[in-house]
Write a protein that binds this ligand. Structure first.
Ligand SMILES: Nc1nc2c(c(=O)[nH]1)N[C@H]1C(S)=C(S)[C@@H](COP(=O)(O)OP(=O)(O)OC[C@H]3O[C@@H](n4cnc5c(=O)[nH]c(N)nc54)[C@H](O)[C@@H]3O)O[C@H]1N2
Ligand SMILES: Nc1nc2c(c(=O)[nH]1)N[C@H]1C(S)=C(S)[C@@H](COP(=O)(O)OP(=O)(O)OC[C@H]3O[C@@H](n4cnc5c(=O)[nH]c(N)nc54)[C@H](O)[C@@H]3O)O[C@H]1N2
Ligand code: SF4
Ligand SMILES: [Mo]
Length: 732
């Protein structure tokens, strides 16, 4: 028997776990780690299933090469040679623009992702870099980029000290939070109310978070920017503006808000004008307050405007970079260097002319780039930890496009809806075989905190770490060949890091000589810690296996702010230009029925449905419909739902928890073409057969998953085959 501690790698909450393993290395129990100063023993059903996930028999153990419809287990050597041949063939024949890469959500959680994404992208030397950022949080980066000059300066609600929290388009009681890392988010929300604070939730659904709140308001999907402008208007009109920091653009902002009186926006967003005014007054009057929003508003038509207005309100109510308001975490590792003035559109996508943001192009246009002939057509794709067919807008079209690629390689533990199109699959080892440090999530924690988890079980002789796999791909892309040694790349990364040493008052030679940890991610982590603001090292973290509390968040805007003016810009032109679009939409009639998504407690995007304990029960892929709509449309158990892109046959669940005129379908379902046997038995349908890849958020290119116009009809009982199987159907 062995007890081991590690951070849960599944969602953003960074909970500490206590695992028990038997002598054969089987995980016999997973509990919350009571000694973790941040998560204090909290664990959710997903974390508790980590053992089952880790030992999933359907996980791939060896690299695989596809020959027609058959898969063959191969050695790493053979696999990397095939990758080198595949990439070289395409690059030689069509140029490097024909190469593309997609980094999925897990690459934001693993150690390898943040360390090797950059080098791999650079080595590919192609404009075709894609990641889950443009189906998730890109609007947040754009808003912060223009307001603060720093797209990575993301303020989190100071959850444990705030007196008033307004949550829009997030359901942290089920998602456990995002761009706000807070273990036991539900408990922290309860504590907020227990200390006399107020929680208000704005959501087209009465969510589990709404159930914890003092107040819930329904809002018509896609219209949060109107509600927020109504709040800004009220703050200005009633003389409630009181900022605690230096700002620019206040006069322009006030002028823009003039058109968005609560009475005017109310008809659009469906929130009564009196409630909008009251929210503004409450936010201004609360001793401290924070407005927080996430995926529900990022993945919508006005995603960037919404992220912008949220922080505008945090500023106008005097709650920016202040205890109890919204604040910035300080990581134990050295942060990325500030890259100078923030711009977007340094290049544009070939087919639709969509602007580059943070060095990437929108995933929503990847299918266009693969399908459209001409110079620069994408013909080879690398995916790392992504399941595009289930997660990208109009995933089925993308699935068909993947078949046309000349070469595809996936770094993924599963043969699934996306990786089944690959020519080569490179599986990372089990979770318990990987070391873990949250390079990214620890920059959005609600307390300063650090924790490193060494691998619990060693790699078998025939396994490679995910770091080695990604480093190999980067080296192959750089032309160093399939036989290149990953240590070469690690040396380069380390040399880059050490350049920051003099700035941090350290001698690079001494620092290098002091480095500990095994080569690769551990040693790089040690360097980043030693260059970091708390002067920690890898050995400090190893000596504190439950994590180290580094104290409550402290004001630190001045260190992060990178605007030319040196102030927080409330009305940067790049953002205010979009207000015309908001105005234009104000009077337009809204479609009758709008589709939104929802996250489920025992799910995580597409990849946990193969764990028996996490499927079934309430974790089913059903369409939530308001009972009034179900009656009006005569919907019973099953219905056909159609959008501009596709149609699905869905199981209907009538519930008053969703507002009339809105339906909700969770994403990540629609399993097929996978060797995940449990997932296949709980297939569900692919919500992204309905989402439209041709509609993107204007400034960030982010996918629009919420407020998708749909129609609903009762299922007439035709056999399934005649109603085309939804998850495979899309019109384009
Ligand atoms: N259990 C679970 N946890 C997860 C995940 C998961 O799949 N399952 N995924 C992880 C990932 S990748 C992320 S990014 C985070 C996301 O974490 P959250 O942002 O909290 O995501 P959701 O739970 O989808 O919450 C979005 C909410 O927005 C609402 N909504 C939809 N449209 C609108 C709108 O127009 N306006 C408003 N105001 N609300 C709207 C939806 O009803 C929903 O309640 O969760 C992470 N954690
Ligand atoms: N309709 C709709 N669509 C959405 C959303 C929505 O709210 N509504 N949410 C969007 C959001 S927020 C996100 S983040 C995206 C997610 O989009 P993706 O990241 O593309 O999709 P996931 O389902 O998270 O796929 C993760 C993949 O990583 C693999 N994987 C798991 N662990 C590891 C690992 O340790 N290493 C590697 N290399 N691979 C691993 C899994 O097998 C799976 O294939 O989906 C987006 N799609
Ligand atoms: S809340 Fe997230 S981090 Fe915590 S145990 Fe659950 S899945 Fe893991
Ligand atoms: Mo996400």
């Amino acid at each position: 028997m062995k007890t081991a501690h590690r951070t849960c790698p599944i969602c953003d909450a960074v909970c500490g776990l206590r695992l028990t393993l038997d002598d054969a290395g089987h995980v016999t129990s997973v509990k919350g780690d009571p000694d973790d100063p941040f998560s204090k023993g909290y664990v959710c059903p997903k974390g508790a299933s980590l053992g089952a996930l880790d030992e999933d028999p359907d996980r791939l153990r060896s690299p695989m090469i596809r020959e027609g419809d058959r898969w063959r287990e191969v050695s790493w050597e053979e696999a990397f040679q095939a990758v080198e041949r595949g990439l070289t063939r395409v690059a030689d024949a069509h140029g490097r623009q024909a190469l593309a890469v997609y980094f999925g959500n897990p690459t934001f959680h693993t150690m390898a992702g943040p360390l090797y994404r950059g080098p791999l992208s650079q080595a590919l030397d192609t404009p075709n870099i894609y990641s889950a950022s443009t189906i998730d949080q890109m609007p947040k980066h754009v808003a912060c980029g223009f307001m603060l000059g720093n797209p990575f300066a993301i303020a989190v609600p100071d959850l444990d000290r705030t007196d008033y929290l307004l949550v829009l388009g997030a359901n942290p009681a089920e998602s456990h939070g995002s761009l706000c890392a807070a273990p036991n988010f539900p408990g922290r929300l309860k504590a907020l109310r227990a200390r006399g604070g107020k929680l208000v939730v704005v959501d087209p659904r009465f969510t589990r978070t709404a159930g914890l709140a003092d107040e819930h308001l329904f809002i018509r999907p896609g219209t949060d920017a109107y509600l927020l402008f109504g709040i800004v208007h009220t703050l200005v009109a009633e003389g409630l503006v009181s900022t605690n920091i230096e700002v620019g653009g206040l006069a322009e902002l006030q002028e823009l808000a003039a058109d968005f009186a609560p009475e005017v926006v109310s008809a659009r967003c469906g929130v009564p004008a009196g409630d909008i005014r009251r929210l503004a007054r409450e936010l201004a009057a609360a001793p401290t307050a924070a407005v927080y929003t996430r995926v529900g508003t990022c993945t919508s038509e006005f995603g960037t405007a919404t992220q912008w207005l949220v922080d505008v309100i945090n500023v106008l109510t005097g709650n920016f970079d202040r205890p109890g308001g919204v604040m910035f975490a300080r990581t134990a590792t050295i942060g990325p260097p500030n890259a100078g003035p923030f711009t977007t559109g340094r290049w544009h996508s070939r087919v639709r002319g969509l602007p580059e943001v943070l060095g990437e192009l929108p995933v929503a246009t990847l299918a266009d780039e693969i399908e459209t002939p001409g110079q620069g057509q994408v013909r080879a794709l690398i995916t790392v930890g992504g399941n595009l067919v289930l997660s990208a807008p109009n995933g089925p079209r993308l699935g068909r496009a993947l078949r046309d690629l000349e070469f595809m390689v996936s770094v993924d533990p599963y043969l699934n809806e996306t990786t089944s199109h690959a020519d080569v699959i490179l599986p990372p080892p089990r979770i318990t075989q990987m070391p873990h440090y949250d390079f990214l999530l620890l920059s959005v924690t609600v307390r300063n905190y650090s924790r490193f988890s060494p691998a619990i079980l060693p790699l078998e002789p025939d396994q490679l770490s995910e770091a080695e796999i990604m480093a190999k791909l980067a080296l192959i892309a750089a032309g160093a060949g399939a036989g290149a040694d990953p240590a070469v790349l690690d040396e380069q990364i380390l040399a880059g890091l050490l350049q920051a040493a003099p700035l941090m008052g350290k001698d690079p030679v001494e620092l290098r000589a002091s480095l500990e940890g095994s080569p690769g991610p551990e040693r790089l982590l040690d360097a980043m810690l030693k260059l970091g603001p708390f002067g920690l090292s890898l050995s400090d973290l190893l000596a504190n296996p439950h994590g180290i509390d580094l104290g409550p968040l402290q004001p630190r805007l001045a260190e992060l702010l990178a605007t030319e003016s040196g102030r927080v810009e409330l009305a940067p032109l790049q953002l205010t230009r979009d207000v015309a679009r908001l105005r234009a939409r104000m009077g337009e009639p809204a479609p009758q029925m709008l589709l939104i998504g929802r996250r489920q407690l025992r799910s995580n995007n597409s990849w946990l449905h193969n764990v028996g304990a996490l499927v079934g029960g309430s974790n089913r892929c059903t369409l939530h419909v308001n009972p009034a709509d179900a009656d009006r449309l005569n919907l019973r158990d099953r219905a056909v739902i159609r959008s501009a892109t596709g149609e699905l046959l869905v199981d209907v669940e009538a519930t008053g928890a969703i507002m009339p005129g809105v339906v909700s379908l969770p994403h990540g379902w629609g399993h097929g073409g996978s060797t995940q046997r449990t997932a296949a038995a709980h297939a569900g349908v692919n919500a992204n057969a309905l989402t439209d890849e041709l509609v993107v958020e204007a400034l960030s290119g982010n996918a629009v998953f919420n407020a998708v116009p749909v129609t609903l009809a009762p299922w007439d009982g035709r056999p399934l085959e005649e109603v085309p199987a939804g998850d495979k159907t899309s019109a384009r």
